[in-house]
Design a protein around this ligand. Structure first.
Ligand code: NAD
Length: 477
């Protein structure tokens, strides 16, 4: 986008700093992944604006944390109402910047509304540890201070709420930083925060992938809540170490689905396809490997290939699109390289290449006869690509599923629920599902095992992560 007036800093999207909707130090283009073209500009903060955002959050903390929790909950519920009232506008903007089909964008926005409401209904009650004639010992939950929220580009709306709602309810204030390629829905949400919250309680800055380190190291920030890749999560942990900040890291995954021999191959293949291809596979808890008994391997693979070939891949803004583009050029290039390798390491039975059209479209791809050491199996693809592996021995399949540095989710599929649950209990992951995958709820804790994360989000435990537990120990008699 050229700038004939020279007013590069002017854009109708604004940062939110200390309650004021503010221009950035400069602007950047935001690309629509369905076209590969810029469709908007976005304000970009410099380090001074990051400092101003943190200072505003520090200044807002005493009054916000002193409010009764019910009053904070009422503001969070008001944010939910405002987001719901504008759900269609948010969904359209989400599709434009992220790429997902309109119905999935609407589901994300409505999911975000539910998340806000679910946390607005939670409370932090004191926990009585001992209460007798010698002592009364209680544990209370205090807010931490300023929370830095750093977000990825796959679910920019709902992942923001997973952090913002518990952080605010507990009495913290917030500085949020969206991913550089999906900043606009976060900025639009900032306009609701500006109307509903006291100045400084929520601040939003955008960057060009250059302020995350400063945010993670900032002495004014008490906790960093990060969702993104494992590699960046390690940098956050390092940066946070200097001031021993609290951290929550929601990182990458390489979820395995183990299909048991009593599963219906056609019905299960359909569900596995959904679990692998939702959001064009760009889900931390997408199914990224499927282990299938040899006896049903061929029919299972054929059904997956049929579904992949039949799927409507198109601009998410078009009616009927089932799979949109991948979100950004870097991910698109990475996937093309991965697909080239896959063609050498296995048998591609559907897709296998980018679509010959503008935008970042990858054909839904199924790869069979591939070994566990292929890159497409070892690494998270984060795209519409599923490797399918066969097994003859169930213990061996479990061992192969667990042979990963990741441990986010996993699933087991079969008709004997007790047997499937026994196998699910053997998975080394934060969540194991039976006959479903990706089922999350704001009231159920979610966390990653191994290198998929530190700490967790959602549920009462997720709320507790935004607090300091404090013991009050009163002697009696
Ligand atoms: P990313 O790690 O590249 O970026 C995430 C965020 O970190 C962005 O806002 C980025 O600007 C910021 N960042 C960059 N450098 C930083 C630094 N040095 N310090 C602090 N922040 C920095 O991840 P991505 O590519 O945006 O997202 C995809 C990844 O996120 C995948 O690995 C996916 O599995 C993971 N993810 C995990 C979950 C979960 O809940 N576990 C959810 C969604 C996505």
């Amino acid at each position: 986008m050229n700038d004939p007036t020279g007013e590069a800093a002017m854009t109708h999207f604004k940062l939110l700093i200390d309650g004021a909707l503010t221009d950035g130090a400069r602007t950047m283009d935001v690309i629509n992944p369905a076209t590969g073209e810029a469709f908007e500009t976005c304000p970009v903060a410099d380090e001074a604006q990051l400092d101003a955002a943190v200072a505003a959050a520090v200044a807002a903390f005493p009054a916000w944390s002193a409010l009764p929790i019910g009053e904070r909950a009422a503001r969070i519920a008001a944010l939910a109402d405002a987001l719901q009232a504008r759900a269609d506008a948010f969904a359209r903007l989400l599709t434009a910047e992220q790429g997902k089909p309109g119905n999935q964008a609407k589901m994300e926005v409505i999911g975000a509304v539910f998340t806000l409401r679910a946390f607005a209904a939670m409370r932090l009650e004191p926990h009585v540890i001992r209460d007798d004639d010698k002592a009364r010992i209680i544990e209370v939950r205090r807010p931490l201070g300023v929370v830095g929220a750093i977000l990825p580009w796959n679910f920019p709306v709902i992942l923001l709420m997973n952090k913002l709602a518990p952080a605010l309810l507990a009495g913290n204030t917030l500085v949020a930083k969206p991913a550089p390629t999906t900043p606009l829905t976060t900025l639009l949400f900032g306009t609701l925060c500006a109307e509903i919250l006291p100045p400084g309680v929520v601040n939003i800055i955008c960057d060009e992938n250059d302020l995350g380190g400063a945010l993670s190291a900032h002495p004014g920030i008490a906790k960093v809540s990060f969702t993104g890749s494992t590699a960046t999560g390690k940098k956050v942990m390092q940066a946070a170490a200097a001031t021993l900040k609290r951290i929550t890291l929601e990182l990458g995954g390489n979820d395995a689905a183990i299909i048991l021999d009593d599963a219906d191959p056609i019905e299960t293949a359909r569900k596995i396809f959904q679990g692998a291809m939702a959001n064009a596979g760009q889900v931390c808890i997408a199914i990224k490997r499927a282990y299938v008994p040899e006896a049903i391997y061929d029919v299972f693979c054929e059904e997956l290939a049929r579904l992949a070939t039949a799927a409507v891949v198109d601009d998410g803004a078009k009616q009927g699109a089932q799979i949109g583009p991948v979100q950004n050029a870097a991910q698109y290039e990475r996937l093309k390289t991965l697909l080239d390798e896959s063609a050498r390491e296995g048998k591609v039975i559907a897709g296998g290449a980018a679509l010959d059209r503008p935008g970042f479209f990858i054909a839904p791809t199924i790869v069979r006869d591939v070994t566990d050491d292929a890159r497409i199996v070892r690494e998270e693809q984060f795209g519409p690509v599923l490797p399918v592996l066969s097994y003859t021995d169930l213990d061996d399949a479990v061992a192969r599923a667990n042979a990963s540095e990741f441990g986010l989710g996993g699933s087991v599929w079969g008709t004997d629920l007790d047997r499937a649950t026994d196998i699910a209990l053997r998975l080394q992951s934060g969540t194991a599902w039976v006959n479903q995958h990706m089922a999350l709820s704001p009231t159920v804790p979610f966390r990653g095992a191994k290198q998929s994360g530190v700490g967790g989000e959602l549920g009462l435990e997720g709320l507790h992560e935004y607090t300091q537990a404090m013991i009050v120990n009163v002697a009696r008699g």
